[in-house]
Write a protein that binds this ligand. Structure first.
Ligand code: DP6
Length: 363
């Protein structure tokens, strides 16, 4: 599929105004996306668990306006006007205008809220951009009701990618691949697809407890980090490694080998941060408590034999991953041993989820 296939035929219907609401989850990558080409094309394929509780709920109200020479919208977070979100959305609209030609015909009120605290260090761009893309697709569906649900999902993922790369993995669940991989049929650089092969029971309902080590703003944004992969001395090897790790993960997902799973995801997380530390300029997003937690996890795993592992995103927070059947023991360990290292003992117990949901359509 090429980009051109997402340019719609002239719309068959007219709609004056309406309101759509979607909730869309965050996701956590197992094989990481770090490095991109022009137009949000990833340098390597990635795969993520879709989360269940960490999500954004977005309502878009739209009404036809008289002129159609500029974008017109307001953004609200938790009921408060958020002018500082506007440039990002304006850029997003510019990138997707060719695929959604109705964007300049309407005024949009975008009201958004997150189930996780704004200042938690959990990135809301994946859940936020995917929720917005889904709302826009619901509007497009009203203008042309011939579009199928499968097409809506695919195009929502395609659009979300243009807002934030990882957002294209937040439309569906439970495991989503984004980026062309030779062994994964249907995989594409343009949008995420639901992982199409067997997943062992061990990974069903997999748990992700997010330890909020540092709730402050990130010192270096993901966009800046991706750009630093351009002249990175290890970039080519890293991109090859991600392809290989995804191949290995496919075997692991089928066999249910938890030890191999943990080794792979932890190596991916540390490699991501190693790329940051070895770029020019270099930077470190982990905090001392991130390392304390990692060491505690390794220690506990060695002593207890429980299948506890971690991954990291582009920040200091630690995602503790474990199979559902070991939840009791691992939550006890988190409560006894790890809460000391997190801000205000704040953590979020999440797990694999099934993807975004439409909440209401109200014309
Ligand atoms: C470390 O998707 O936030 O979380 O495309 O510039 O918006 P942009 O970047 P973004 O990068 C996420 C990077 C990551 C790894 C991942 O989610 O795969």
């Amino acid at each position: 599929m090429t980009e051109a296939q997402f340019i719609p035929k002239p719309y068959t219907k007219t709609v004056e105004s309406g309101k759509v609401t979607w909730e869309s989850p965050s996701n956590i990558a197992l094989v990481k996306y770090w490095g991109k080409k022009k137009d949000q094309i990833p340098e390597n394929p990635s795969i993520s668990f879709t989360l269940s509780h960490c999500k954004t709920i977005t309502t878009v109200s739209f009404s036809k306006k008289e002129t159609n020479n500029a974008f017109s919208f307001e953004v609200f977070l938790d009921g408060e006007n958020k002018d500082d979100f506007k440039p990002k959305i304006e850029t997003f609209f510019k990138r997707i205008e060719v695929y959604l030609p109705f964007l300049k015909d309407y005024h949009f009120n975008i009201e958004t809220t997150n189930t996780f605290p704004h200042s938690s260090g959990i990135a809301s761009s994946a859940s936020g951009m995917s929720a917005l893309a889904l709302c826009l697709m619901s509007i497009e569906k009203q203008l042309n009701d011939a579009v199928t649900e499968a097409y809506c999902n695919k195009k929502a993922s395609f659009l979300a990618r243009l807002g934030s790369g990882s957002a294209c993995r937040s439309i569906e669940g439970d495991l989503v691949v984004w980026g062309k991989h030779g062994n994964i049929e249907g995989s594409s650089d343009l949008f995420g697809i639901k992982y199409p092969y067997t997943i062992h029971e061990n990974f069903k309902n997999y748990q992700d407890t997010i330890l909020l080590v540092d709730k402050g703003e990130k010192q270096v944004s993901s966009s800046v980090g991706h750009n630093l992969m351009y002249y990175h001395p290890f970039a080519e090897e890293r991109f090859k490694q991600a392809h290989n790790n995804l191949s290995k993960l496919m075997t692991i997902l089928e066999s249910g080998d938890l030890n191999a799973f943990i080794a792979l995801i932890e190596s991916e997380a540390l490699t991501l941060h190693a790329m940051m530390m070895t770029s020019m300029p270099y930077f470190i997003l982990m905090k001392p408590n991130t390392l304390e937690i990692i060491n505690k996890i390794w220690d506990f795993r060695k002593k207890s034999g429980w299948h506890i592992g971690f991954t990291l995103d582009a920040g200091a927070n630690v995602h503790v991953l474990y199979p559902e059947k070991e939840s009791n023991q691992i939550l006890e360990f988190i409560n006894n041993e790890l809460v000391a290292y997190i801000e205000n003992a704040h953590y979020i117990v999440d797990k694999i989820g099934l993807g975004a949901k439409q909440l209401t359509i109200d014309n």
